[in-house]
Design a binder for this molecule. Structure first.
Ligand code: ARG
Length: 402
């Protein structure tokens, strides 16, 4: 009997050809698994395509809620943004897909899993390292990394084997999308000097087409997690979907990044992440009000570490568990509401309030009601400036005199 392999199946050219290749060249019974992390794809179409390509079965795993609740929102709480630009949508999706691959492999008694990543990207690292952490006994096969076919050769292979491939107008781009954002690469985008043409964007209006009148949205948080929009409580998936519409309408969330891949390549990447960008701003705005200076400063450093570990495929690690525990602890008092103005590509925090606010009007005001003891200031400054005076006298002023 043939061994079983569970293939992460997107329905595109690569994974469709991979189904047949794994069967012909490696002798596997291929079960195609599509993990729904929020890409708008039609289940029936994928199923018939997977089976026509030679799969022995098709499985569909609904994972949108898990993705937002356990992957995207924790990254939001951490403030994780790669190289100050990329909210990590694709990078966050991979470990979850790997987890479902492993779970399915166990249920189906498979000995191997497969994915459609190339040998030049970060995604192969995320898939492989995640599977290795969760199920070291499973074999991992990445056909695109092994077969050495160009895209045109793949199309010929597909025709020869009568594999139905998406007949839609050939997109010149390579894209990946989930509920946290869209990643777009290849085609004219490979020239870093070329401005991204309008047709790479699907979720956001251009600044030119965005309304002249700003839009406002009030985002409610509880312990660092978004829970409401404009005063209405929403489940995580609905909240993110709604925010994609609101922010996308105003052209918020377009990103053009020269990125350092883990595999050593610099690459030009375009992203669209309207909800993520608006939520990151809002969350940061609320933290500024509810965390101490020291907490904010340390969290900024941790955010970078957190983004790197997500980007570099280290989701299923003890290091991540440790950092996540710290981040979660910092969110205990990050509860409140933030008003964000969406306008011509920008998302700006223009109001915030919290029952746990550390802002004290009577300390901050220059008007009536001031309780700050200004007479204590000179004493504070005297001590604060002490080492400055000592060193200046001993070293700076003395040198001038020499
Ligand atoms: N460079 C991004 C990352 O490494 C996006 C990858 C997009 N993947 C794709 N198959 N188009 O996370």
């Amino acid at each position: 009997m043939a061994e079983k392999l569970i293939l992460a199946y997107s329905g595109g050219l690569d994974t469709s050809v991979a189904v047949r290749w794994l069967k012909e060249e490696r002798g596997y019974d291929v079960v195609c698994l599509t993990v729904d992390v929020g890409m708008q794809k039609d289940r029936e179409t994928l199923q018939s395509r997977a089976l026509a390509a030679g799969g022995v079965a098709f499985r569909w795993a609904e994972a949108q809620e898990t993705f937002i609740r356990h992957f995207a929102f924790p990254a939001l709480a951490a403030g994780a943004v790669y190289e100050k630009q990329y909210p990590l949508a694709t990078a966050l999706g991979r470990p979850l897909i790997a987890k479902v691959l492993v779970d399915t492999a166990r249920q189906e008694g498979a000995t191997a899993v497969g994915h459609g990543s190339t040998g030049k990207g970060n995604d192969q690292v995320r898939f492989d390292v995640s599977v290795q952490a969760l199920a070291p006994d499973l074999r991992i096969v990445a056909p695109v990394r092994e077969w050495g076919m160009t895209r045109d050769e793949e199309i010929v292979y597909a025709q020869k084997h009568e594999i139905p491939v998406p007949v839609t107008k050939e997109s010149p781009y390579s894209t990946d999308e989930n509920l946290w954002g869209r990643s777009i690469e290849c085609g004219v985008l490979e020239d870093p000097w070329t401005e991204p043409p309008e047709d790479v964007f699907e979720w956001t209006k251009s600044v030119a087409d965005a309304p002249d009148k700003p839009g406002y949205v009030e985002i409610g948080f509880e312990r660092g997690m978004p829970v409401a929009l404009d005063g209405r409580e929403l489940d995580p998936v609905s909240l993110v979907n709604r925010l994609h519409e609101l922010a996308g309408e105003h052209g918020v969330g377009r990103i053009d990044h020269m990125e350092n891949r883990l595999v050593g390549i610099k690459s030009r990447e375009i992203y669209e992440a309207p909800a993520a960008v608006a939520l990151l701003r809002a969350h940061e705005g609320l933290e500024q009000m509810t965390l101490s200076k020291e907490q904010v400063r340390l969290k900024e450093r941790i955010a970078q570490e957190y983004a790197d570990l997500i980007y570099n495929g280290l989701w299923f690690t003890v290091h991540h568990q440790d950092i996540a525990a710290y981040v979660q602890s910092t969110q205990r008092h990050v509860t409140g509401s933030v008003r964000v103005r969406l306008h011509k590509g920008t998302a700006m925090v223009v109001g915030r309030k919290s029952p746990k606010s550390l802002y004290d009007f009577s300390l901050a005001t220059y008007d009536k009601g001031d309780v700050y003891d200004q007479s204590a200031a000179p004493g504070f400054i005297h001590i604060w400036g002490l080492p400055v005076r000592v060193q200046a006298r001993a070293q700076m002023l003395a040198e001038e005199g020499e």
